[in-house]
Design a protein around this ligand. Structure first.
Ligand code: SAH
Ligand code: SF4
Ligand code: F3S
Length: 446
């Protein structure tokens, strides 16, 4: 349904890469509905916050932003404010009561309705589209607004895992996979668009299953790697319990699949993992790590950790520190546990760890991991790495910034290279988060 409205919109994206990919889908849907992209938030007729509900502070962050938009609305009475993504899906219509500034709500499965929702919002109706549509994978919509050298492909949406702490199954609904042929169409479009990196996305990407085509994630990954031989292929997030030997082989065999696996562990204690309902213990996790390390030489592992989950004792926390020392992740996302309403932990477990203890444990985890990350970076000094150049460095126009296969940022002298080129770089120096190196020449495609 087209309406040449000409109104402009601006999307502010919070949360995970899936939300980033969704913002490009929302952009495509709104443009098809006759809306145009605003140059900035200040110039927009419609501001949409695409939100994340995974931790408490995520809601705080948007409330600050909504506060600011209340001021903007006083200055411009026709400004519309929409909230999309996981927060409205979690809080439901309650959001409209909490935030009178909000004109419309759209959950992650309802973005095709946005043009209609906006029309209703213009009439002052404050619509809320929050139903789950198990068949919705946004097939046939070409995302718009991807910047840089890489593109995302959401291959599955939703999650069936029900980890006790996690709100995602309630904000994203049940798992569903994009049909294999649709993923391949999207990959061909990305290749034709000149992108050099493709990231396959899913909350639990390795449980991808195209039931009709009989394809699992390993076969999808192989097919994407062959279809896009000039692109680097990444994928996230993998669940440790679904790493199959065949998937490990697919990564090992394909030169353009990055040797990097983000493998969230959450805790180093089997007792806590059981309470979290993660579906594996530490021994199985370490077996998976050993398998990855034996078949993929130099594989980079990264993780997510939650400190202070319900019932976590000092010895469980020690087990997490021990695990970090054992696995030596390149980097980690580290959080302290925040109870989320509706989850199993919120309903049935007591949040026993006092905030001060959660914070202290988290700090110990962060301090240790930062040390390990710095050592990993230091160890790469002297080596030659392959870097996909992304953009001009912020420090100097004479330098480019790019990323290694293991996702480390590298700054190097530009030479003949341009963003989008694969460059051999000799690492000279490592700081806490960035490598600096010297350009050893542009590589031909893989
Ligand atoms: N699907 C991914 C995780 C998605 S959420 C997986 O299974 O690993 C991203 C991360 O947020 C999680 O890995 C977890 O470390 C963190 N997280 C989720 N819920 C949380 C909560 N209630 N409190 C603190 N951290 C949380
Ligand atoms: Fe949340 Fe667990 Fe699903 Fe990840 S696998 S999104 S942590 S329920
Ligand atoms: Fe956040 Fe929703 Fe992603 S809760 S982590 S934006 S799936």
């Amino acid at each position: 349904m087209k309406s040449e409205t000409g109104r402009s919109f601006y999307i502010h994206t919070f949360g995970c890469q899936m939300n980033q990919a969704d913002s490009s889908i929302i952009t495509a849907i709104l443009m098809d509905g006759g809306y145009v992209v605003a140059g900035s938030e200040e110039q927009a007729d419609i501001v949409i916050l695409n939100t994340c509900a995974v931790r408490e502070n995520a809601v705080e962050r948007i409330s600050h932003h909504l506060q600011f938009l209340r001021g903007a609305k006083r200055r411009n009475r026709s400004l519309l404010v929409g909230v999309a993504g996981c927060v409205p899906q979690h809080l439901k219509r309650e959001m409209l009561e909490m935030f009178p500034v909000v004109d419309f709500l759209a959950g992650p499965d309802t973005y095709r309705n946005l043009p209609l929702l906006i029309r209703d919002a213009v009439e002052g109706k404050r619509p809320a589209a929050l139903d789950f549509r198990i068949e919705e994978t946004y097939g046939g919509i070409e995302p718009f607004g991807e910047v840089g050298v890489g593109a995302f492909v959401p291959v599955m949406r939703g999650c069936n895992n029900m980890c006790a702490f996690c709100v995602v199954p309630f904000t994203r609904g049940r798992e569903r996979s994009q049909p294999f042929s649709a993923v391949m169409d999207e990959v061909r479009r990305i290749v034709a668009g000149g992108y050099r990196e493709i990231t396959l996305l899913g909350q639990n990407v390795n449980s991808y299953a195209d039931l009709e085509g009989g394809k699992d994630f390993a076969s999808l990954l192989r097919a994407v790697s062959l279809e896009a031989p000039g692109c680097r292929i990444r994928f996230t997030t993998s669940h440790p319990k679904d790493i199959s030997p065949d998937l490990v082989d697919a990564i090992a065999e394909s030169p353009n699949i990055c040797s990097h696996v983000h493998l969230p562990v959450q805790s180093g204690s089997t007792r806590v993992l059981e309470r979290m309902n993660r579906g594996h213990g530490i021994d199985e996790y370490l077996e998976t790590v050993a398998l990855l390390r034996s078949r993929i030489p130099g594989v980079s592992l990264t993780t997510d950790i939650i400190a202070g989950f319900c019932g976590e004792e000092d010895e469980d926390h020690e087990a997490t520190l021990t695990l970090l020392r054992k696995v030596r992740y390149d980097t980690a996302f580290m959080f302290y546990y925040s109870p989320r309403s509706g989850t199993a932990a919120w309903k049935t477990l007591e949040d026993t760890v006092p905030l001060a203890v959660k914070k202290r444990r988290l700090q110990e985890i962060i301090d240790l991991q930062l040390l390990i990350s710095a050592e990993c970076l230091q160890n790469s000094v002297g080596s030659v790495v392959e870097v996909l150049a992304e953009s001009e460095s912020r420090r100097s126009p004479e330098q480019l910034m790019g990323r290694t296969e293991t996702n480390r940022a590298v700054v190097f002298d530009r030479g003949e290279a341009r963003p989008g080129d694969m460059v051999r770089v000799q690492v000279l120096k490592a700081s806490s988060a960035t490598l600096t190196g010297v350009n050893k020449g542009v590589l031909p495609a893989f």
